[in-house]
Design a protein around this ligand. Structure first.
Ligand code: AP5
Length: 218
């Protein structure tokens, strides 16, 4: 099964993506995690994108499309994937359609996580992320068992530099302008699956499972 997961910053893509991937026995591909890994490695690509991510803007479409095209050809995603955070603009969605066509693949659904802006802000300011295994926690709603340590791998949790209040505001504006047109794009193609992302993590996970129920491969 091949799915796209999109929604505003903090809507729960990084939380729900791994749960769904585990359930469907497919891989989650997060473009945000891919980019942060390149930044941490200080690769030429990482150095190029660090400043863009830091100010809450989008990395150029052509670079992202090329990165995703490489990634979906890797053997570990042959059974399917959930793309978290890509596409996030119409040019990326169109580019991705071309990528899928060239690879002889098709998309089975585009899940849109719906949430109010005030909830997002609370979630992002309280988020703590593991830079080693990409697990996500929240000081209020999903605290780690030991403060500051990842439950899964023991890594030191961080507050992402782009989770500062002023950058979150910028990311939300970018999301509204560039990413929300994807709702119509995928609706017109019969792929849109709207999910209410307000509520406990397991309840939202259940809604996602219900939304994809009946799709091929679910
Ligand atoms: P990316 O990492 O994709 O960030 P984002 O889209 O802004 O999304 P977030 O990771 O902030 O939020 P999320 O929806 O994953 O929420 P989470 O599950 O963590 O991208 C970062 C940057 O990289 C972009 O700004 C851009 O610069 C660049 N980039 C990435 N992809 C790109 C692309 N395709 N093109 C161009 N540039 C790109 O949850 C948030 C918090 O809420 C956590 O603390 C969590 O524990 C908590 N939480 C989650 N669900 C619940 C719940 N149900 N109840 C209570 N708390 C919850």
């Amino acid at each position: 099964m091949r799915l796209v997961l999109f929604g505003a910053p903090g809507s729960g893509k990084g939380t729900q993506g791994p749960l769904l991937a585990q359930r469907l026995k497919i891989k989650k591909i997060s473009t945000g995690d891919m980019l942060r890994e390149e930044v941490a490695k200080e690769s030429p690509f990482g150095l190029k994108v660090k400043e863009i991510i830091g100010r809450g803007a989008l990395v150029p479409d052509d670079l992202m499309i090329a990165e995703v095209e490489k990634r979906i050809k890797e053997p570990d995603v042959a059974n399917g994937f959930i793309l978290d955070g890509f596409p996030r603009s119409i040019p990326q969605a169109e580019g991705f359609d071309g990528v899928l066509k060239r690879a002889g693949m098709k998309l089975d659904g585009a899940i849109k996580l719906e949430i109010t802006k005030s909830t997002l802000m609370e979630r992002l300011l309280g988020r703590r992320s593991c830079p080693d295994c990409y697990s996500v926690f929240n000081v209020t709603t999903n605290p780690p068992k030991v403060e500051g340590k990842c439950d899964k791998c023991g890594g030191e949790l961080v507050h992402r530099p782009d989770d500062k209040a002023e950058t979150v505001g910028k990311r939300f504006t970018v999301y509204e302008n560039a990413t929300t047109p994807l709702v119509d794009y995928y609706k017109q193609r019969g792929l849109l699956l709207m999910v209410n992302a307000d509520g406990p993590v397991d309840v939202v996970a259940g809604r996602i499972v219900s939304a994809i129920d009946g799709r091929p491969g679910a």
